[in-house]
Design a protein around this ligand. Structure first.
Ligand code: NAD
Length: 389
């Protein structure tokens, strides 16, 4: 059984799928690990570190992709500089594991199925207790929440903590976190550690206790509809509920120095939480960090990958924040992958066992078919859209 670790060629991606420590553990279990030359460089893991851990360094990308049984990646496969697609390098029947964005890019799933690849999308790992050690969405979202607060603190033209000095007293910064999932909760904890006064809001009432246990105030909005879907995710809410929400949150946004938005509804464009009018009503010098920038943004003024200045308010739309903490992001992701591989490899042999609920949920293509109904539906919707446009 040969495992391959690809070098990420996407420009913004600094993470690597396995770190030397996890390579050593896999080798101890009798597996062979090939690491593409330079794969860990941007996360500060050298080829020499991987070699010491027992890996074989492979400089030839075509050989690495074409001769492994399981190929591990962070992001989606890309087109190479020579115009060839990375997917075309994989051998028939190989397993590909990574963040494959199957609901946002179902055409990729279709191509993987056509190439007879068994593709496992880390986004589709169920959020259950048994799958916790494989939950890469959580390990990476937590980093994003932490880094969002650091960006906000570095951008805000004020202190975060309260200070009593000989030159006067500085009040603490007011931070409002919108969306209290994994990223939002880490953002609350980080902002509290920096001494800010924190409020948080989410349409799922179940998070109230978690928010309060981190020392933040929960801003409650009573909505007359179910807001939680299967798996604990949020549902898209009605226009009436959106209006009700906006009425309540406007004053909290406008009284805050920092607003961090993290709201997502899986498979949908990010919900709009901060309108342009709300931004216009904020104090000059305030900061918004929009973690949903890549999914369309929670703020109407967000532009992904840019800092926008609007009426004295800075709106930051960061892209791929986990990649900006590449050592620990790679370490946690590597642990997620090795836990998952323990389910896939039995007695040194690859066994894609669909009676296991985690494999069943996360394996999106196998035997030439797309085997996940949500991905199939997303593909049909995309195909219909391209026919009508
Ligand atoms: P997510 O990234 O999908 O969304 C982030 C947050 O945005 C969620 O809390 C969501 O409720 C909120 N949101 C959506 N629409 C909103 C709106 N209009 N206004 C305000 N907030 C809105 O969420 P996530 O962080 O991936 O977590 C999803 C779920 O999975 C949560 O219930 C979480 O507790 C659960 N989870 C469970 C486990 C586990 O049991 N092992 C692990 C991780 C996460």
């Amino acid at each position: 059984m040969r495992i391959g670790v690809a070098k990420e060629i996407e420009v913004c991606e600094r993470r690597v799928a396995l770190i030397p420590d996890t390579v050593a553990r896999l080798i101890k279990k009798g597996l062979e690990v090939w690491v593409e030359a330079g794969a860990g460089e941007r996360a500060f893991f050298s080829d020499a570190d991987y070699e010491t851990a027992g890996a074989t360094i492979v400089a030839d990308t075509t050989k690495l992709w074409g001769e492994v049984d399981i190929l591990l990646k962070v992001g989606t496969p890309q087109e190479q500089e020579n115009g060839h697609s990375e997917i075309d390098l994989l051998k028939k029947g190989a397993v590909l594991i990574g963040f494959l964005n199957p609901l946002g890019n179902p055409q990729l799933a279709q191509r993987l199925a056509e190439r007879q690849i068994s593709a496992i999308a880390m986004e589709m790992i169920p959020r259950t207790t048994r799958a916790q050690s494989m939950d890469a969405l959580s390990s990476q979202a937590s980093i994003a929440g932490y880094k969002a607060v650091l960006i906000a603190a570095a951008t805000l033209p004020k202190y975060f903590p309260m200070l009593t000095t000989a030159a006067g007293t500085i009040p603490p910064a007011k931070v409002f976190i919108m969306g209290a999932g994994v990223a939002g909760l880490q953002a609350i904890a980080t902002a509290r550690r920096l001494g800010a006064v924190v409020e948080a809001f989410d349409i799922r009432p179940a998070v109230k206790e978690e928010v309060q246990s981190l020392g933040a105030k929960f801003v409650e909005v009573k909505l007359e509809e179910e807001t939680t879907a299967a798996g604990g995710y949020a549902k898209e809410i009605s226009e009436q509920s959106k209006q009700r929400t906006q009425e309540v949150v406007t004053s909290h946004i406008q009284n805050s120095d920092v607003v961090i938005t993290t709201a997502q509804v899986p498979g949908k464009k990010a919900p709009l939480l901060v309108t342009e009018d709300m931004v216009m009503g904020m104090k000059p010098g305030s900061v918004i960090v929009d973690l949903a920038a890549e999914q369309g943004g929670n703020c109407a003024c967000t532009e992904a990958g840019k800092d926008i200045l609007k009426n004295g308010v800075t709106i930051v739309g960061p892209i791929n924040l986990p990649s900006s903490v590449p050592i620990h992001a790679s370490q946690l992701y590597a642990k997620n992958l090795t836990s998952l591989m323990a389910l896939l490899i039995k007695d040194g042999q690859l066994e894609v066992d669909f009676s296991d609920d985690i494999i069943d949920a996360a394996c999106i293509t196998h035997g030439g078919e797309i085997r996940n109904s949500r991905v199939q539906q997303a593909l049909e919707a995309t195909n219909k859209q391209s026919v009508t446009s």
